[in-house]
Design a protein around this ligand. Structure first.
Ligand SMILES: OC[C@H]1O[C@H](O[C@H]2O[C@H](CO)[C@@H](O)[C@H](O)[C@H]2O)[C@H](O)[C@@H](O)[C@@H]1O
Length: 606
C-alpha cells in the first residue's frame, strides 16, 4: 500500500515542486519544470522509480513536522534510540537553476543516518550514470544532469543507489544540495546552505506577509495562498492545477489525470482569491497569462494550456509505472485540452471583468480578444459540449455550461455599461435573456425543483451550486434553494459533496468506469450557498469540516475518499485551495460573495 497523500509536504521554487514524506523521502519531483519528466517518481510506484531518502539508520519515528511560519521551508524532527535530528528541506526560489537543499541538524545524542539518492529520470525509467567528480556526486543521462554537493561522501559501490552513511551529533549539521543542470552547461557553484535556508524562509515570509486579509481562518488562508504561489510558474504567471499527475480519484481506479497544466476555468476563482488577498501583481500576471494564452483565433481557444501557453498536451500512458496504489494508467498530457467546454468563455469574461472592476484593466487590445470570443460564443452557445467536468462520454447540453455562457454575455453587457467599452450592448442583452430563458426552461426540473445536469436529464450536478455566486439567480430564489437542497439530498454523504453521480448506470455520461471521491471544491460551493442564503452557521460548519481534512501542514487534494478517510486525486490541488480562500472571505464578508463578485442578479438580466 502506498503511503497516504496526507504524509506528503510540498516544496517549491515557483518553477516546479517536490513532495516530501513524513520520513523525509522526496518521492516526487519533476525537473526542471512542473511538466517535465519526474526524476523522483516513487510516488507512482516504489523506490525503484526514483527517490531521495534521508533518515536514521535505526528504527525511528517522526516526532513533528511543520513549515517554518508561513514559509515553504519544512522542518521534520526524527527520533530514534540514539537521539534526534531535525531535517530542514527547501527549494530556493529559482534564479537560474533548480536546487533542493537539505540540512540535518543534530538535536540530541548522536544519530546514525543514511541518505540514498537514487533518481530515475523520465518518470522513473532511466537509471543515470553515477560518478564522483571533484568531490561531487554527478548523475547524468540524456538531457538530465544532477550535481550533488554534500558534507559527507556518497559511496558508489552500488552505482544505482549512491548511499551516504554518516552520523550527526547534537549541535552539528550536515548539508546536502542537489542542482539540476542542462548537461552541456558549466558546473554549478555550490550554495551556502545555511544562508540559503534563511533567505528562502525570509522570501516566503515576506511574500505571505503581503496578505492583506486579517479575518477568521487567516492561517488556513495564508497557507492556501502559499500553495497557489508555489503552483505558479513564475516566468509566465501561469498557475498549474496541481504539481502531480495520475494520483487517483479512486484508489485502484482509472480516473488518473495529469494536472500539471493551466486551466482557463480555474481563472476567475484564482483571480478573486489573489485580488481579495491583496496580491495584485500576481493577479495581473495571471491575467496577462490568460490573455496571451487565448490570443489568436477564437475557435482555436483551448480550455487548458501548458505553463508557457503551449497548446499541444498530447496524452499518453507510462506503462512502466504501477501507479499510486496500483491505480493505472499513469497518464502524461491531457486529452481534455482538445475538448469543447463552453463554460470557459464565461469564466474568462468573468475573470477579466473582475480584474477591471478592481482597477486593473488589461491592455486596451484585450477588449478586441474579448469581442472576438463573444462573436464566437454567440454562434456556438447552443452547441453541446463536454462540460466543466471534462466528461469523456458524449457531448451534451450541460446546464452549467449554458449558465456560464450567460455569464459571458452578462459580463460583456457590463463591460459596455459600466466601463464604457465599445460593443453591441443591445444584442448582448438579447443574447443574455435568450440563454437565461432557455436554461430556466430546459435545464430546470420543475417537478423535482432543481436545475439538472443537462437539458432534459434527471441527474444532478454540484457545479450548479455556483449559480448564485456568478449572479445568474439570487441565492434566495426558490430554484436555487431547490437545487442546493437536491444536491445535499442526493449528492452529499458524510458531509461531503460528489460532483455528479458515478453509479454504473451513469457511466455513459462521463464515459469512465469506477467511481471517485467527494469533490472538495463543490463542498466549498455548498458552504457558499448557505452563507449567501444567510445561514452562516451551516456554511461555517461545512467549511470547518473541510478544513479538518487538511493534513498536518495544511494541504488538500482534489477529492476525499470517505470510506477510507483519505485524501485522493492530484495533490495539492489549486482548485481545492482556491475555494478555501474564497469561502473564508465569504464567511468574513458582511456583504456575501455576490456582492464581492459584482455578479448580476435577475434584476438586471433583462
Ligand atoms: O475527472 C475528470 C477530469 O478531471 C480533470 O479535470 C478536473 O480538473 C480540472 C483542473 O482543476 C478542472 O478544471 C476540471 O473541472 C476537473 O474536472 C482532468 O484534467 C480531465 O482530463 C478529466 O476528464
Amino acid at each position: 500500500m502506498s503511503r497516504p497523500l496526507e504524509d506528503y509536504a510540498l516544496l517549491g521554487d515557483t518553477h516546479t515542486a517536490a513532495l516530501v514524506s513524513t520520513d523525509c523521502s522526496i518521492d516526487w519531483l519533476c525537473l526542471p519544470r512542473f511538466d517535465s519528466g519526474a526524476a523522483f517518481a516513487a510516488l507512482l510506484g516504489g523506490p525503484e522509480h526514483g527517490r531521495w531518502s534521508l533518515a536514521p539508520r535505526e528504527r525511528f519515528r517522526t516526532e513533528s513536522r511543520a513549515y517554518r511560519g508561513d514559509s515553504l521551508v519544512l522542518e521534520t524532527t526524527l527520533t530514534c534510540d540514539s537521539g534526534s535530528v531535525c531535517v530542514i528541506d527547501c527549494m530556493p526560489i529559482r534564479t537560474d537553476r533548480p536546487d533542493v537543499v537539505r540540512r540535518v541538524e543534530g538535536i540530541r545524542g548522536r544519530v546514525p543516518m543514511r541518505s540514498v539518492l537514487a533518481p530515475r529520470f523520465d518518470y522513473g525509467s532511466i537509471v543515470p550514470w553515477a560518478r564522483t567528480r571533484g568531490g561531487r556526486l554527478d548523475l547524468i543521462a540524456g538531457p538530465d544532469h544532477l550535481l550533488v554537493d554534500a558534507d559527507v561522501e556518497f559511496d558508489l559501490s552500488d552505482p544505482e543507489h549512491p548511499t551516504a552513511d554518516f552520523s550527526v551529533a547534537a549541535g552539528d549539521a550536515v548539508d546536502f544540495q542537489l542542482h539540476w543542470l542542462e548537461p552541456w552547461n558549466a558546473a554549478a557553484e555550490p550554495l551556502d546552505v545555511k544562508n540559503t535556508i534563511a533567505h528562502t524562509t525570509d522570501w516566503w515570509r515576506d511574500w505571505a506577509g503581503r496578505c492583506s486579509y486579517d479575518g477568521p481562518y487567516r492561517d488556513a488562508v495564508v497557507r492556501s495562498l502559499v500553495v497557489l504561489k508555489a503552483l505558479t510558474y513564475a516566468p509566465s504567471g501561469g498557475i498549474v492545477a496541481a504539481p502531480t499527475t495520475s494520483l487517483p480519484e479512486h484508489l485502484g481506479g482509472i480516473r488518473n489525470w495529469d494536472y500539471r497544466y493551466c486551466w482557463i476555468r480555474d481563472a476567475t476563482f484564482t483571480l478573486l482569491a489573489l485580488l481579495e488577498a491583496g496580491y495584485d501583481q500576481e493577479a495581473r500576471d495571471w491575467r496577462e497569462w490568460l490573455l496571451r494564452a487565448v490570443a489568436g483565433r477564437p475557435e482555436q481557444m483551448q480550455i487548458m494550456y501548458g505553463v508557457d501557453g503551449r497548446r499541444r498536451l498530447t496524452e499518453f500512458e507510462l506503462d512502466w509505472l504501477p501507479g499510486y496504489e496500483d491505480s493505472t494508467p499513469v497518464r502524461v498530457g491531457n486529452l481534455a485540452a482538445q475538448q469543447v467546454q463552453l463554460d470557459v468563455y464565461g469564466e474568462l469574461m468573468d475573470a477579466l471583468h473582475q480584474a477591471r472592476d478592481r482597477g486593473i484593466p488589461p491592455d486596451p487590445n484585450a477588449w478586441h480578444v474579448q469581442r472576438a470570443l463573444m462573436d464566437f460564443l454567440e454562434g456556438h452557445w447552443r452547441d453541446p459540449d463536454h462540460g466543466i467536468w471534462e466528461v469523456r462520454g458524449p457531448q451534451r447540453h450541460f446546464t452549467h455550461s449554458k449558465v456560464m455562457a450567460w455569464v459571458a454575455a452578462d459580463r460583456a453587457v457590463k463591460a459596455v455599461g459600466a466601463f464604457g467599452l465599445d460593443g453591441p450592448i443591445d444584442r448582448w442583452k438579447r443574447l443574455r435573456r435568450e440563454i437565461f430563458d432557455e436554461v430556466c426552461e430546459k435545464g430546470y426540473d420543475a417537478d423535482r425543483e432543481t436545475f439538472t445536469q443537462y437539458y432534459g436529464s434527471r441527474e444532478l450536478d454540484a457545479a450548479l451550486l455556483v449559480i448564485p455566486d456568478v449572479g445568474f439567480l439570487p441565492a434566495g430564489d426558490p430554484r436555487v434553494r431547490g437545487t442546493a437542497a437536491a444536491v445535499e439530498r442526493e449528492l452529499m454523504r458524510d458531509g461531503f459533496v460528489d460532483r455528479y453521480p458515478t453509479t454504473p448506470e451513469q457511466h455513459d455520461i462521463d464515459g469512465l468506469t469506477g467511481t471517485e471521491g467527494a469533490f472538495l471544491p463543490c463542498t466549498f460551493w455548498l458552504a457558499d450557498n448557505y452563507v449567501l442564503q444567510g445561514d452562516v452557521a451551516t456554511g461555517r460548519a461545512i467549511f470547518e469540516r473541510l478544513l479538518s481534512l487538511r493534513n498536518d501542514v495544511g494541504l488538500l487534494a482534489e477529492e476525499y475518499d470517505r470510506d477510507n478517510g483519505r485524501l485522493v486525486g492530484n495533490y495539492p490541488q489549486a482548485l481545492s485551495h482556491i475555494p478555501l480562500i474564497n469561502t473564508a472571505f465569504n464567511l468574513a464578508s458582511t456583504h456575501g460573495p455576490a456582492h464581492r463578485r459584482g455578479g448580476a442578479t435577475t434584476d438586471d438580466s433583462s
